[in-house]
Design a protein around this ligand. Structure first.
Ligand code: XMP
Length: 520
């Protein structure tokens, strides 16, 4: 299985990572490469199959990515998707024209089941919904090709040259809206390319541990552990590979959730053989944050202080050797640092926080990113197989500045305690109510607001707690979760009864946009 590689050639489409994920879900290892990768290099990698992704609107746009016709001479099966489909037609001498009717969205599509892409799919009907997004269409097929699917408005919804093992679909089989789409990709991989489909995470762990041992030898490795999913799983893998040669540096800035620092320490020291170094520095952070209320200033201070403390510790611990980080595949693609991934228009989207800049005075033999080829869900699977607890593997996103961006106004030790308690109560109730899996993120916020209340016979003037729970696919947009009233009622009751200094609770019913998930 080691040599079975599928290359996803990136022409700048928005679903490229999704295509790669679908391929891996079929048990096939794949990598995304930039369309500019020289053909010779692609040949050397010896892929068993290539997929062209979608891309910009038209092969005729001035800036549109193109590819040399040589790629079709390699004898490697190719599946073109959307723009990739049109590019295949165009490059091989067909004609692509502006479509009289653009198609966008769910479209009834009629399949020719004598084509293996569709015919080999179990229970595949003669027609089904596909997801279209195109303004050009293939108006004349290249030589040797036959139409294998059509829609009401698009005569070439799919085409194939069986002899040359070249297949193409105008729609997007990788998105969920395309019925049987994953099956079509699977059919291409298994029936056309001949992949065995046995790339599984077990192999990944075994192979990665062996590679890490070989690379690290008897040297040391330092890893920054945040308690987040990626660094936790990286720590697990490295520990399995080199045990005590690994030192994990865990900076507890005192802005984590209740008991979280202790939980991370307890978990890692119990489960894994490694040196665990925890730096407790809440006082130092609070000192720096005293009197600061501006959200951006707070973020900057917390970020700068974190790295200062972290690198100081690393400097103490490092002894040559390697520096490891929990970078995952999407981080590398987003940073434009993937193995030649991303095209001119979509490269360098952001420099990711998982990839940190090292001070010049710290010298390592190299950087190790053991999860650099995995997607998030794959990282979670590895984490589970390594025995890392659910709370860490399925941890919801937690911002780098921690509770610092959930305490509005000045951050004080007292406020941190109130928020930690309130957040713990809220999380506990959500867990007990059985709706945890429906929420992508939920937490408490401590606004800088006091209100009047009455408790027993006494007037109170105390803190307000806001609770926030969201549903989302990608965190770019989000909706507030429709938590049942009785759950909200229990949360409110417990917060006002159990958390000292809280006398009022509000539920944040703002979606994103216009709100953001975090309050600061
Ligand atoms: P916003 O508030 O921007 O949050 O709608 C979107 C997602 O990002 C998380 N978030 C952060 N994560 N460092 C991080 O690592 C940060 O500074 C940060 N700010 C927001 C937030 O929790 C949500 O999941």
């Amino acid at each position: 299985m080691d040599n079975q590689l599928c290359i996803v050639l990136d022409f700048g489409g928005q679903y490229n990572q999704l295509i790669a994920r679908r391929v891996r879900e079929c048990g096939v290892y794949c990598e995304i490469l930039n369309y500019r990768t020289p053909i010779e290099e692609i040949r050397k990698r010896n892929p068993m199959g290539i997929i062209f992704t979608g891309g910009p609107n038209s092969v005729y746009d001035e800036e549109s990515p193109h590819i040399s016709g040589e790629i079709f001479e390699l004898g490697i099966p190719i599946l073109g998707i959307c723009y990739g489909c049109q590019l295949m037609a165009y490059t091989l001498g067909g004609e692509v024209s502006a479509a009289p009717v653009s198609e966008y969205g769910k479209t009834e599509t009629y399949y020719d089941k004598s084509c293996v892409l569709f015919g080999a799919v179990e229970n595949m009907p003669d027609s089904a919904v596909s997801w279209m997004s195109h303004t050009d269409y293939i108006s004349r097929l290249p030589e040797g090709f036959a139409v294998t699917a059509h829609t009401k408005d698009c005569p070439t919804a799919a085409m194939a040259n069986k002899e040359k093992r070249l297949y193409a679909v105008q729609f997007h089989p990788e998105v969920n809206h395309t019925e049987y789409g994953s099956d079509m990709i699977n059919s291409f991989l298994k029936n056309v390319c001949g992949f065995s489909g046995d790339w599984v995470m077990d192999n990944f762990i075994e192979k990665t541990v062996a590679e890490l041992r070989e690379k690290i030898g008897d040297k040391k490795v330092v890893l920054g552990l945040s308690g987040g999913v990626d660094s936790s799983v990286a720590a697990g893998l490295l520990s399995r590979a080199v045990g005590k040669q690994l030192t994990c540096v865990f900076v507890d800035q005192g802005l984590m959730r209740k008991d979280e620092g202790d939980f991370v320490e307890e978990t890692f020291t119990r489960l894994f053989d490694m040196n665990f170094v925890r730096v407790n520095c809440q006082k130092q952070f609070l000192e720096k944050l005293r009197g600061v209320t501006d959200p951006e200033r707070k973020r900057v201070i917390i970020g700068e202080e974190f790295f200062k403390v972290f690198w100081d510790k690393v400097r103490e611990e490092a002894d040559g050797g390697f520096f490891a980080q929990g970078t995952i595949y999407p981080d590398r693609i987003e940073s434009g640092k993937g193995k030649e991934s991303g095209n001119g228009s979509t490269a360098v989207i952001k420099t990711h926080h998982n990839q940190v800049k090292m001070p010049d005075d710290i010298k390592f033999d190299g950087v190790i990113e053991p999860l650099g080829d995995l997607f998030k869900d794959e990282v979670r699977r590895v984490g589970e197989m390594l025995g890392i607890p659910r709370e860490l593997v399925w941890r919801q996103p937690f911002p780098g500045p921690g509770l610092g961006v959930r305490i509005i106004g000045e951050i004080t030790e007292e406020k941190i305690k109130i928020l930690q308690e309130a957040d713990a109560v809220f999380r506990d109730e959500i867990r007990k109510s059985g709706i945890e899996d429906q929420l992508k993120q939920f937490f408490a916020v401590l606004p800088d607001v006091r209100t009047v209340g009455v408790m027993g016979d006494h007037r109170t003037y105390d803190h307000l707690i806001a609770i926030r729970a969201i549903t989302t696919d990608d965190f770019m947009t989000a909706d507030w979760a429709r938590i049942p009233y009785d759950v909200l009622a229990r949360v409110s009751n417990r917060l006002t009864n159990e958390v000292e200094h809280v006398n009022r609770v509000v539920y944040d019913i703002t979606s994103k946009p216009p709100g953001t998930v975090e309050w600061e």
